[in-house]
Write a protein that binds this ligand. Structure first.
Ligand SMILES: Cc1ncc(COP(=O)(O)O)c(C=O)c1O
Length: 397
């Protein structure tokens, strides 16, 4: 593993990391001290000076969110919108499409459950068709099968870059190339990849991308990001409008704004937005490629250790695997493992299929333990995790 990563700084600035082993970073990572401090300071200003007055005074910090997100994604600040979650960011993009009967939406098998619900709602409303592209032999989206499905009826390609319930990283740039060469809009759910690996919207070739603050970016809960390519902004009319996204220009007329903020609400979690800007700058200060190398290295090491354990089956698919490590054990169900690890001060989560319903159904899986690592985790924590898990499994003998 790359020894140049400044782990001492990462641990020093993660105030409570010695109090537990936090392997639930794909749920919500621990906020670093500068991010938590920015959040608390903003809220204190609201308490002291008033919410509107604080927003006026904190214009620079609020504007930094757009600039920081644009630098992170290699786009411009006017192509960025703030949202309260990745799902709402994604919804604002997806529900802006006007499908007709016979139109096709192409997605992948391990697509996020909330996205599938939205597809199916639009299918029911409009008569469009949802097509699941099969996986290839690695479990990632089969790009050749995707290309074979492309015809004049396809109106949108939308996939999750990293599904919620496994280590798989879908080949987003290959999907982008297929979408771009056919002139089909490409919406990428980058909820689990934002902050975990470099995301360059030009390189990926996505027209729309959504992400969240609280996971690999280590920002506050209740924050999300939407990117919309400039040439798409005016083509997409958001499903909801208010006085931020549009302006009344006559008693019977309004105008929708021309930047990506047309997808935003007027009322926003300002403290979270300012702190998310700090979180993005904080992630960039380590280098996103360096974060990726460290996270992937820790996860590889955790997978190798789990593979050596009797009764443990690692479930991660994909040619490229990320910081999300999922497994089952022959001895105990996933929720019992989670509870027992918690009793030993270790946080993991359970993927029970709602997030990756179609994939789990196809693979005959009902629940997986999900241990997701971040750069501030350590090899010593992995040792301890394996030791505790072994003792939990041994106790069943
Ligand atoms: C792939 C993926 N997409 C979307 C989401 C939803 O994110 P949020 O809870 O911020 O709406 C998640 C959350 O786990 C996810 O893993």
């Amino acid at each position: 593993m790359d020894s140049s990563f400044d782990l001492t700084r990462a641990r020093r600035e993660t105030r409570y990391c010695e109090e537990m082993i936090h392997f639930n970073n794909a749920g919500a990572a621990l906020m670093p001290a500068p991010v938590a401090d920015a959040l608390h300071a903003y809220l204190q200003k609201e308490e002291r000076y008033g919410g509107y007055e604080t927003a006026d005074a904190e214009q620079a910090a609020l504007a930094r969110f757009y600039a920081a997100a644009a630098e992170l994604l290699n786009c411009t600040p006017d192509e960025i919108a703030f949202a309260e979650s990745a799902t709402r960011a994604w919804d604002m993009a997806f529900y802006s499409f006007r499908f007709k009967p016979g139109d096709k939406i192409l997605t992948s098998i391990p697509e996020y459950g909330s996205n599938i619900i939205a597809y199916l709602q639009q299918v029911r409303r409009t008569g469009a068709e949802l097509v699941y592209i099969p996986n290839d032999e690695y479990g990632q989206i089969d790009v050749r099968a995707l290309e074979n499905q492309i015809d004049a009826r396809v109106k949108l390609i939308a996939i999750s870059h990293i599904p919620t319930g496994g280590g798989l990283v879908n080949p987003a740039a290959a999907v982008g190339r297929a979408a771009n060469s056919a002139g089909i809009p490409f919406l990428l759910d980058a909820c689990q990849s934002m902050g975990q690996l470099p995301l360059d919207v030009a390189e990926i070739g996505c027209d729309l991308l959504s992400g969240t603050g609280r996971k690999y970016l280590r920002g506050p809960r209740g924050t999300g990001v939407l990117y919309v390519r400039r040439s798409f902004i005016r083509q997409l009319e958001p499903p909801f409008l208010d006085q931020r996204s549009a302006t009344l220009i006559a008693p019977d007329a309004f105008e929708i704004r021309s930047d990506a903020r047309r997808f935003e609400n007027w009322e926003q979690y300002m403290a979270g937005k300012a702190a998310l800007g700090v979180a993005i700058d904080y992630a960039v200060s380590y280098g996103i490629a360096a974060i990726q190398a460290r996270v992937y290295g820790l996860a590889d090491s955790l997978r190798a250790r789990l593979n050596d354990m009797t009764g443990v089956t690692v479930a991660d698919e994909g040619r490229e695997k990320c910081g999300i490590v999922t497994f089952t054990t022959a001895q105990l169900p996933a929720d019992v493992i989670k509870r027992q690890l918690k009793a030993h001060g270790i946080n993991v989560s359970v993927s029970d299929g709602s997030g990756t319903f179609v994939s789990f159904q196809e693979r005959g899986i009902t629940a997986l333990v999900r241990a997701s690592v971040h750069y501030y985790n350590t090899e010593e924590e992995i040792d301890r995790f394996i030791e505790i898990l072994a003792s939990i499994l041994d106790a069943t003998l």
